[in-house]
Ligand binder design. Structure first.
Ligand SMILES: [Fe+2]
Ligand SMILES: [Fe+2]
Length: 161
């Protein structure tokens, strides 16, 4: 067994967070899809799938380490958004919160001298840089479009990320 009960429990909680983020991105994608903003929707559907992969990566880590996976109940996401900016801000806020959670897991793993876990968690830390920076960039573009979100669709259609 390569994982303590404490770290095992903390990772099971993080599985809930990752699945929750997947649901939240699905809610955001659906919102944009309903608004006819297909390219924005596509970005968030992809994000939703990525969050599920993050959860799966934690599941595999617990199993490989000889721990016990407990799939938690996932809280409902927010389904109402005032605007594209509101949705993109929520996405950024959840990525920042997730980064803090991954840091906490890393702190725990370092404290336990669990270097297999720190190595696995390093992947998530690198991923969070990507996630936060793309969420920030997306929010900035949406803010720049002002009230005309179709400008964002045009930007995305022309290869902007
Ligand atoms: Fe994630
Ligand atoms: Fe993420």
């Amino acid at each position: 067994m390569l994982i303590s009960a404490t770290l095992n429990a903390a990772i099971n909680s993080q599985i809930r967070e990752e699945l929750g983020n997947s649901s939240q991105y699905l809610a955001i994608a659906s919102y944009f899809d309903c608004e006819g903003l297909k390219l924005l929707a596509k970005i968030y559907y992809t994000q939703s799938a990525e969050e599920r992969e993050h959860a799966m990566r934690f599941v595999k880590f617990v199993i490989d380490s000889g721990g016990k996976v407990e799939i938690p109940a996932v809280p409902a996401p927010r389904n109402d958004f005032r605007s594209a900016e509101d949705a993109a801000q929520l996405a950024l806020d959840s990525e920042i919160r997730t980064t803090e959670q991954i840091y906490d897991l890393m702190t725990l793993a370092i404290g336990e001298k669990n270097y297999i876990a720190t190595n696995a968690l390093q992947w998530f830390i690198n991923e969070q840089l990507e996630e936060v920076s793309s969420a920030q960039a997306r929010l900035a573009v949406i803010k720049r479009s002002g009230p005309n979100v179709l400008m964002v669709e045009a930007y995305l259609a022309h290869g902007g990320g």
